[in-house]
Design a protein around this ligand. Structure first.
Ligand SMILES: [Mn+2]
Length: 351
């Protein structure tokens, strides 16, 4: 007996900022997501792992053109072609099922289209992978029932893992570290049956491994979130992006079968927020402030410009999308939010 290696990735959000008929010419973020998808799958293509688990949200939304589904599944099919099976949890962006599902079909791609358990047999031993598609409401109440429905207890294997696309209590997101706790759509980690060596999960975009419950008690089963493969919003601004490889020891003498895991970081675009207080600035002054601010940051940045204070009609022209794009290097993405202007307008409307 020996080691079974699993590559876990999730929340690839393919199709994000990738219009097939773009109306304007600017740098698109879509190719970055595809590039990281390829990078993440490289160990699988080079047969360094025994299987791939995708924790869900392959696509960025549920209504997508068929061509995008083809593009997204092409790399997964290539992995499957090499003899490395792929196990996929439909996420919320798949509406718990793959759109244009026939384009995703391959004998080596196994879909958790309902609660079920797949069995992976390798020369090194066997692994049972139980899972179910994303459940929008009341997962907290139905969790144990769903796990039972996978039939995992009836599948004999050296180790069992649970694959899902849900929030678990203790998972943290956002710059302030908002933590999921008691909501109906949050899994209670103490409910995870001890028979699982690991939970492999998608949905939470920040990479993290949960090892304790909310009271600080050690979990019998760690919960792995590899996170998204690229930053999908400013809430992920400072987070490293990547995927996880896990090793399961199939030696019969061990009761704990997860022996090792590694987070592999992927390149991610820098995100920068600029704060501009316009107080008394002319359009020309704003323009030169912007130019020098943009000059000082990575030319590869995704920029959010937050504008505070009153804005004159002339200054407003500087913040229009085409004007901002003209001002910034072509390698940047830039967007402005007019903080007080929006408030002022809302006040006008409500009056
Ligand atoms: Mn997602």
């Amino acid at each position: 007996m020996g080691i079974i290696r699993i590559l876990l990735l999730a929340d690839t959000h393919l199709g994000f900022d990738l219009p097939f008929r773009p109306r304007i010419k600017r740098r698109r973020r879509g190719p970055e997501f595809f590039a990281n998808f390829q990078r993440a799958l490289t160990p699988a293509l080079e047969s360094e792992v025994d299987a791939v688990v995708h924790g869900g949200d392959v696509l960025y939304r549920s209504k997508v053109p068929a061509r995008l589904v083809e593009m997204a599944f092409e790399p997964l099919k290539r992995v499957a072609e090499t003899g490395v099976p792929v196990y996929l949890v439909p996420g919320n962006h798949e509406r718990s099922a793959i759109p244009h599902g026939h384009l995703a079909t391959h004998a080596g791609i196994h879909l958790f289209d309902r609660p079920r358990t797949f069995r992976l047999q390798t020369e090194q031993g066997s692994l049972a992978l139980a899972g179910f598609p994303f459940v929008r409401t009341a997962i907290r109440r139905g969790f144990l029932e769903l796990i039972d429905q996978t039939g995992w207890r009836q599948v004999k294997a050296d180790a069992h893992v649970l694959c899902l696309h849900q929030s678990a209590e203790g998972a943290a997101v956002g710059p302030a570290g908002y933590t999921f706790r008691y909501a109906h759509d949050v899994i209670r980690t103490g409910d995870i049956p001890a028979g699982f060596a690991a939970v492999l999960a998608g949905h939470i975009h920040r990479f993290q491994v949960l090892t304790k419950d909310l009271r600080g008690k050690a979990l019998k089963t760690p919960v792995f979130y590899p996170g998204s493969i690229e930053r999908t919003s400013f809430a992920e601004k400072d987070e490293p992006k990547g995927y996880i490889t896990l090793e399961f020891d199939t030696s019969a003498t061990l009761s704990a079968t997860l022996s090792n895991w590694t987070f592999h970081e992927l390149p991610a675009r820098p995100m920068v927020q600029l704060n501009l207080h316009t107080g008394g600035m002319s359009a020309a002054q704003i323009q030169s402030w912007l130019q020098s601010s943009l000059f000082q940051i990575s030319q590869d940045s995704i920029v959010k410009l937050k504008v505070h204070g009153k804005i004159s009609a002339q200054a407003m022209a500087v913040f229009r999308a085409p004007a901002l794009r003209a001002l910034a290097p072509e390698t940047m993405n830039i967007e402005a939010t007019l903080v007080d202007y929006a408030q002022y307008r809302n006040r006008q409307k409500s009056n």
